[in-house]
Design a protein around this ligand. Structure first.
Ligand code: ATP
Ligand code: MG
Length: 446
């Protein structure tokens, strides 16, 4: 993309309504614009990151065998009356009446809808196990929408639902989700720690939340510091292997890590004192096993091996796709702006032309731009007439991990400058070598 043709409405002033750094930076970098309280338009740069995050979520879901689909945002109240949650959910649910006077709602989550699809189409235990998911907008009329996309009213969530014949199979699905989530977050450059949590209105017994540690997080968390040494890395785990998935769960959840809802001071005090940590965290996902809570009242049964109908065991699993943008920025920024991890960056590299209009500089930039694109990368070429200082400030603000700076002086010596946004280190090298270095960085990521 050429900056001269792009729509990047960066702000010079720090917006006063934004209380936390990720919200400020998203507004300043022209990523989002508030449409009304807790509801945002996704401007091109924000939309690009949102799509990158969505793509990682899709890939990691499908890697473990989950099946993508799409359910609507607007739902009929009837199913929710059947499950008993229409009254139970409270004022967070946006209730709407259509012209036929039917009660509708903007879905805050989809257990009812998916259970209805299941009971209509699945009849035999032979069709199990089954895990369906979608990435769809949700609406929760949060009492205090704030912090930008972090606590919106309309927000994008991946929610998945597993259907299993036995509790044991459903617990395997739970473990498999934990494995898949660990990989998902690491690909986004995040450390998200699974913590024992409370199930809230979804219900159920087993549940973990995934928390990214950040001072601005809304949850208070308590954990054994050893947990932050754990890395999922590039292990290959067979998603059908119950024991392998259970071992990962054991490894990542055996140390003390809880949100304030489930925190138990007596147990926590058994952790050696120098490892006890109290901090704040951002919830970026949650997994639940809730057994037959929905399948029983809604008649989601299958014919078991003995021919008798049995209610299926279920779980649900959510990732806060739009909240993740805020969480990643909270975890990765400096006083000049965002520092995108390579896995989610909107553009893979920026090209800054220090002397737009200079035939040699223009030609060198064009060549770099074409070379990066030929490698399947997505560069942003600042081909505007602005001064160097302003161009660098914009690149730093929008946080592209790599910048190639091209100017007549360097070109005389046959070099351009490659700068890492994260370390701030710059190195001069021939243009081909800069392209090669960037290609290497992304080879393991894309
Ligand atoms: P919270 O406790 O933060 O209100 P929740 O536990 O009610 O969230 P879940 O039902 O577990 O949310 O939804 C799955 C994920 O969706 C959450 O882990 C979170 O990342 C995201 N999410 C939930 N509410 C919001 C919101 N208002 N704005 C943005 N993302 C949200
Ligand atoms: Mg939750």
């Amino acid at each position: 993309m050429r900056l001269s043709r792009y729509f990047l409405p960066v702000l010079k002033e720090t917006p006063s309504e934004a209380q936390i750094v990720s919200h400020r930076l998203m507004l300043r970098a022209g990523m989002i614009k508030q449409a009304s309280a807790g509801i945002y338009s996704w401007l091109p740069l924000g939309f690009k990151v949102l799509k990158r995050i969505e793509q990682i979520v899709h890939e990691e879901q499908q890697r473990v065998g989950h099946i993508p689909m799409l359910m609507p945002t607007l739902q009929s109240a009837d199913l929710w009356k059947e499950s008993g949650r229409y009254d139970a959910y409270g004022p967070e649910m946006l209730r709407i009446r259509d012209r036929q006077d039917r009660d509708m709602l903007y879905g805050p989550t989809n257990e009812e809808l998916i259970t209805d699809i299941f009971r209509s189409h699945v009849g035999s235990y032979k069709d199990l196990p089954l895990t369906l998911y979608h990435i769809q907008w949700k609406f929760r009329d949060e009492i205090r929408p704030r912090f930008g996309v972090m606590r919106g009213r309309e927000f994008l969530m991946k929610d998945g639902y597993n259907f299993d014949l036995t509790k044991e199979d459903a617990l395997h699905a739970y473990n498999r989700h934990l494995v898949s989530y660990l990989r998902t977050y690491e690909r986004m450059g995040l450390q998200a720690i699974p913590m024992r949590a409370d199930s809230g209105p979804i219900g159920g017994d087993d549940t973990h939340e995934f928390l990214v540690l950040a001072e601005t997080g809304e949850s208070e968390v308590f954990y054994d510091s050893q947990i932050t040494d754990l890395k999922f890395g590039d292990r290959e785990i067979d998603h059908d292997d119950h024991a392998a998935c259970a071992a990962v769960l054991e490894e990542f959840t055996s140390r003390y890590a809880r949100t304030d809802e489930t925190h138990d001071e007596a147990i926590f005090s058994q952790v050696p004192e120098d490892r006890r940590r109290t901090a704040r965290g951002i919830e970026v996902g949650q997994i639940f096993y809730f057994g037959t809570k929905y399948s029983e009242p809604m008649g989601a049964t299958v014919q078991g091996p003995d021919g008798k109908p049995v209610p299926v065991h279920m779980g649900s699993h959510g990732i806060g796709v739009s909240r993740l943008l805020g969480a990643i920025i909270e975890a990765s920024h400096d006083d000049r702006g965002i520092i995108w991890p390579e896995g989610v960056t909107p553009f893979h590299a920026g090209i800054v032309n220090l002397k737009q209009g200079d035939a040699e500089a223009d030609a060198a930039c064009e060549a770099l731009y074409d070379a990066l694109k030929a490698l399947g990368l997505d560069p942003l070429y600042d081909d505007t007439k602005g001064g160097a200082g302003a161009k660098f400030a914009t690149m730093d603000l929008i946080g592209l991990p790599w910048r190639i700076t091209v100017g007549p002086r360097g070109l005389k010596n046959g070099v351009v400058e490659l700068t890492s946004r994260r370390t701030g280190e710059s190195e001069e090298m021939p243009p081909e070598q800069a392209v090669e270095r960037i290609a290497q960085v992304y080879a393991g990521i894309l």
